[in-house]
Ligand binder design. Structure first.
Ligand code: AMP
Length: 213
């Protein structure tokens, strides 16, 4: 199974990738996570990416396409994968199709998780995550048992630098301008499935599994 999760920032792509990877025994490939890791490691690419990420802008296509192409060549992708946060532009979508074609494979399904912008702002600004196990929390909708500490790792949760209100507004603009056209792109390929992303994580997972079955 090779899936793309499409949706605005805060629509729940990352939260859904976890249960779906367990269910299908496949990998999650998150370009946001890969860029944050490069940044934490202080690589040149990470420093370049950081300047775009903090302002809520997209990282240039050639940078992101390069890291995904390399990642897809890894043998651990052979069983399938879920792309979370990639592609985000038509240029990236075309590059992905070409890269997969060269590998003799293709995307099976694209799931768009649809959520209105008004719902997104409180969802994102309240997000926190564990720096170790990456488990997502929300200060209002899914708080940890102990104040701002991961239930499993017992370390302090972190708030992403681009989860501020100003950055979210920019990220939503980028989504509507650059990423929303991918809905039509994948609809034309006959691969698009749409689910309502409003509700608790398990409810949305159930909807995704229903449309995939
Ligand atoms: P995410 O964790 O998916 O919300 O991504 C966080 C940030 O990383 C985005 O706001 C972008 O700045 C950058 N980013 C992640 N994936 C991509 C992509 N496919 N294309 C361009 N920028 C990306």
């Amino acid at each position: 199974m090779r899936l793309i999760l499409l949706g605005a920032p805060g629509s729940g792509k990352g939260s859904q990738a976890g249960p779906l990877t367990s269910k299908f025994g496949i990998l999650q490939i998150s370009t946001g996570d890969m860029l944050r890791e490069a940044r934490a490691n202080g690589t040149e690419m990470g420093k370049l990416a950081a300047s775009f990420m903090d302002g809520g802008q997209l990282v240039p296509d050639e940078v992101v396409i390069g890291i995904v192409e390399e990642r897809l060549k890894n043998p651990d992708c052979a069983n399938g994968f879920i792309l979370d946060g990639f592609p985000r532009t038509l240029v990236q979508a075309a590059a992905l199709d070409e890269a997969l074609h060269r590998l003799g494979i293709a995307i099976d399904r694209v799931v768009e998780i649809r959520v209105d912008d008004e719902v997104i702002l409180p969802r994102i600004t309240g997000r926190r995550s564990c720096p170790q196990c990456k488990h997502p929390y929300h200060i209002q909708f899914g708080p940890p048992k102990k104040d701002l500490v991961c239930d499993t790792c017992n370390v302090e949760l972190v708030h992403r630098a681009d989860d501020t209100e100003a950055a979210v507004v920019k990220r939503l603009e980028a989504y509507h301008q650059m990423t929303a056209p991918l809905v039509e792109y994948y609809e034309k390929q006959g691969k698009l499935l749409v689910v309502d992303g409003v509700g608790k994580v398990p409810e949305v997972t159930k909807r995704i599994l229903e449309v995939l079955s």
